[in-house]
Design a protein around this ligand. Structure first.
Ligand code: DGL
Length: 282
């Protein structure tokens, strides 16, 4: 791993990281909630998906991306990726931040999402749709148990969904097969589920398909608004960090893959012209 550059304490943009395009669903909502701030989005598209990779690899890749965003001047980085939040967040917070810069912050998306489900279920039976990595980490059931001891969580790993989105095939009819299969399997495993959590930031891009295969009485929890609201609260509660975030309403995009590919896919997802820059990591 390369030696990190000397980090400056000057205010900087907020870093938003994902393994690929998924974090754009979070960034979009954050920019609506907090339009005055500057952002740098980093998509590790060259190494996506993270969901099928081991703990060590997800941790190493995530740390490389966070370090790069720190070097770009971000004082705070949001892991807009459930897999990275599940497998790398705690180690980075506990082991790496004290070494890199104890003043900086790295936040995840799982805890704020879990905090909202309490009011949304009548049956207390919750379904989780997520990557293999997030499901295997058991992070969602563990976090939910901390807040709601009597909730039952049933998880369904959907390993084909992220590749469909990364390859821009998620709106094709071929995607129906995989979406229907995972949803049917989840609801057969627990027919009492009345809330399904989209525990992967890519999945809102499949939301209309997901909805079409869910019975009407089953609601969907999508993370964008929840995470945006939670970040706004965080900045309010931490004025010291808020002062370390610059506010010129800009957004820059970095990708570890082809700039043309990222720019055209991101422009499509965000419905605005995106011009990305390439970055080499590792
Ligand atoms: N957006 C990531 C998440 O929220 C996708 C993970 C992947 O690359 O498989 O989990």
């Amino acid at each position: 791993m390369k030696i990190p550059k000397l980090l400056s304490s000057a205010p900087g943009p907020i870093g938003i990281f994902d393994s690929g395009y998924g974090g754009l669903t979070i960034l979009e909502k954050i920019r609506t909630e907090l339009p005055q701030y500057d952002f740098i989005y980093l998509g590790d598209n060259a190494r996506t998906p993270y969901g099928t990779r081991s703990f060590d690899v997800v941790y190493r890749y995530t740390l490389e991306c966070v370090t790069h965003l720190f070097e770009m001047g971000c004082q705070m980085v949001l892991l807009a990726c459930n897999t990275a939040s599940a497998k790398a967040l705690r180690t980075i917070q506990q082991n790496d931040l004290p070494r890199l810069d104890p003043q900086r912050r790295v936040l995840g998306v799982i805890r704020p999402t879990v905090e909202t489900v309490g009011n949304l279920t009548q049956t207390k039976h919750i379904g989780l749709l997520a990557t293999n990595g997030t499901v295997q980490s058991n992070s969602y059931p563990l976090e939910i148990q901390k807040l709601y001891q009597d909730f039952i969580v049933t998880s369904e790993a959907c390993p084909m969904w992220v590749p469909l989105i990364e390859n821009n095939e998620h709106e094709a009819t071929g995607a129906d097969y995989f979406v229907r299969k995972n949803i049917e399997h989840l609801l057969t495993s627990d027919p009492l589920i009345d809330i399904v959590m989209l525990g992967c930031t890519h999945y809102p891009l499949l939301e209309s398909k997901i909805k079409s295969f869910l019975p009407k009485n089953v609601g969907i929890v999508s993370q964008g608004d929840i995470v945006a609201q939670s970040l706004a609260n965080y900045l309010q509660r931490h004025p010291d960090m808020e002062e370390r975030c610059t506010k010129s309403a800009t957004c820059h995009y970095l990708t570890t893959e082809s700039v043309e590919k990222f720019s055209s896919a991101a422009s499509l997802f965000l419905k605005e012209a995106v011009v990305a820059e390439h970055v080499d990591l590792g």
